[in-house]
Design a protein around this ligand. Structure first.
Ligand code: NAD
Ligand code: 89Y
Length: 339
């Protein structure tokens, strides 16, 4: 699979390493409208085909898949451009600024018969995946309660300054991943209630969000996110889990400790992610999930199957984001059928 990447910014470095490590894929071109970013990436990764304009890159051809690693404002135009050139598409989260844009992008790629995946990688973090696998294997029976929690005081604004400037912050940027983990664990959602707060006066958007999800299969789940929580140990970027089931409980605690308790006893496993050769703490958890989701994409296309976080699937995660903002603004429970 010949892969081209658009948007050589802060996070794309991980994706470029992921492509170098992937089996069955080759990075053939990179594009960034900023020539300086392009130069840095060309030097680091030795890619010879470089472009400041995505249209010129597609016009030159020789691309099977485009990996869009830009921020959300450019996603729709780039996904539709890619669809016009009949290539498979990966698009970073948040997929779209509106549900209308998200649905239009899904339709545009669907019409070509190519594969569209949203780079929704948190469910691929190996510790989270260990919990998903245990739950799906029935380790604690039928789940009826869940808590998916991400609370941190880590400074994300130095690396990603745009996060401080948006009217929306934590639900759109980070909560989207945590909501997606809830979907991976408990399936789709019927209704949602949310509250938000802004604690950090130096940013525009909300940095605390607490959401109550009623899943269609009967699970009640609390999804709580904060970038205003200063505590030791600092757990960035760990997602912590507590799940009660009819046959036991499952916890993913700080330090990547997975505990499963049943009437037969309690077992705790260390499910720490590896630190890949190009990764660094504390980001290694996210970085490994980037490599894993990209390999999953290559394998899905080769097998002719849909990736877990296909465009159509991710529209349902995006709907939770929209429902949470609507719920917080109108101080009411939102039915997902409204979104
Ligand atoms: P960034 O601003 O550092 O990088 C974006 C790059 O895209 C910039 O270099 C910019 O010049 C380029 N660009 C923008 N529009 C372009 C266009 N039309 N054509 C060519 N180049 C263009 O942003 P970032 O922090 O790297 O974030 C990128 C995306 O990754 C965001 O959507 C963010 O939410 C997401 N992200 C995901 C994760 C994750 O774990 N999945 C983590 C961090 C960031
Ligand atoms: O942009 C965010 C993401 O997707 O994961 C963590 C992050 O970098 C900061 O919240």
């Amino acid at each position: 699979m010949k892969v081209a990447l658009i948007g050589c910014g802060f996070f794309a470095i991980n994706q470029l390493h992921g492509w170098q490590d992937a089996t069955g894929a080759e990075l053939v071109a990179v594009c960034d409208r900023d020539p300086e970013r392009l130069r840095l990436v060309q030097e680091q990764f030795g890619v010879t085909r470089t472009y400041t304009d995505a249209r010129a890159m597609f016009a030159d051809g020789g691309i099977d898949t485009v990996d869009i690693a830009t921020t959300v404002q450019s996603h729709r135009a780039l996904v539709e451009l890619a669809a016009r050139h009949d290539v498979h598409v990966i698009c970073q989260k948040p997929f779209a600024q509106t549900m209308q844009d998200a649905r239009a992008m899904v339709a545009a790629v669907e019409a070509t018969g190519k594969t569209l995946m949203v780079h929704e990688n948190f469910r691929w973090q190996s510790a989270v995946r260990a919990a998903i696998d245990a739950l799906r294997a029935g380790a604690i029976g039928e789940p009826f309660f869940g808590r998916v929690s991400f609370r941190s005081g880590y400074d994300v604004f130095t690396g990603q300054p745009y996060l401080a400037a948006g009217e929306r912050f934590i639900i759109e940027d980070l909560g989207i991943h945590i909501l997606d983990i809830a979907r991976a664990l408990f399936g789709d959602v019927r209704r949602l209630t949310a509250t938000t707060r802004r604690i950090n006066a130096k940013i525009e958007g909300e940095d605390v969000a607490t959401m109550l999800l009623e899943h269609k299969d009967g699970v009640t789940c609390v999804v709580d996110c904060s970038y205003a929580t200063r505590r030791e140990p600092e757990t960035f970027p760990e997602s912590l889990l507590e799940i009660d089931g009819t046959g036991g409980t499952l916890r993913l605690d700080a330090g990547y400790r997975l505990t499963i308790q049943t009437p037969d006893g309690s077992e705790t496993r260390d499910v720490s992610p590896p630190v890949l050769p190009w990764a660094e703490r504390p980001w290694h958890n996210i970085q490994e999930s980037v490599a894993l989701i990209q390999q999953h994409f290559v394998d899905s296309v080769a097998a002719g199957t849909q990736p877990e976080t296909s465009g159509a699937d991710n529209v349902l995660t995006l709907a939770l984001v929209e429902a949470a903002y609507l719920s917080a603004a109108e101080q009411r429970t939102v039915e997902l059928s409204e979104i």
